[in-house]
Design a protein. Structure first.
Length: 116
């Protein structure tokens, strides 16, 4: 059974930093690209960042480029998102996403609140 479990969200002040994680299980994590996607209150899903299976190729939405860093530890089956210089508009539920062979898989998400 595929499981994606996000953690590390919380309350942070504007300009602060946070690292969120996604523990993956039930599939060959090291063989697949992974994404982070977020949903702000009252808005639709927004793709944030992607990383290839080996971790040497990454992509970012313009809204987070230069502030967020995606990474992975294939030995630990874990995906990370380091978020710096956080802005109020970054406040959202952040989801770990794997585009499986026939089905998309999502975690339950972790809430990131940016507020003073």
């Amino acid at each position: 059974e595929v499981q994606l479990v996000e953690s590390g969200g919380g309350l942070v002040q504007p300009g602060g930093s946070l690292r969120i994680s996604c523990a993956a299980s039930g599939f060959a994590f090291s063989e697949y690209a992974m994404d982070w996607v977020r949903q702000a209150p009252g808005k639709g899903l927004e793709w944030v960042s992607a990383i290839n299976y080996g971790g040497d190729t990454t992509n970012y939405a313009d809204s987070v480029k230069g502030r967020f860093t995606i990474s992975r530890d294939n030995a630990k089956n874990t995906l990370y998102l380091e978020m710096n210089s956080l802005k109020p508009e970054d406040m959202a539920v952040y989801y770990c996403h794997w585009m499986g062979k026939a089905v998309d898989y999502w975690g339950l998400g972790t809430q990131v609140t940016v507020s003073s």
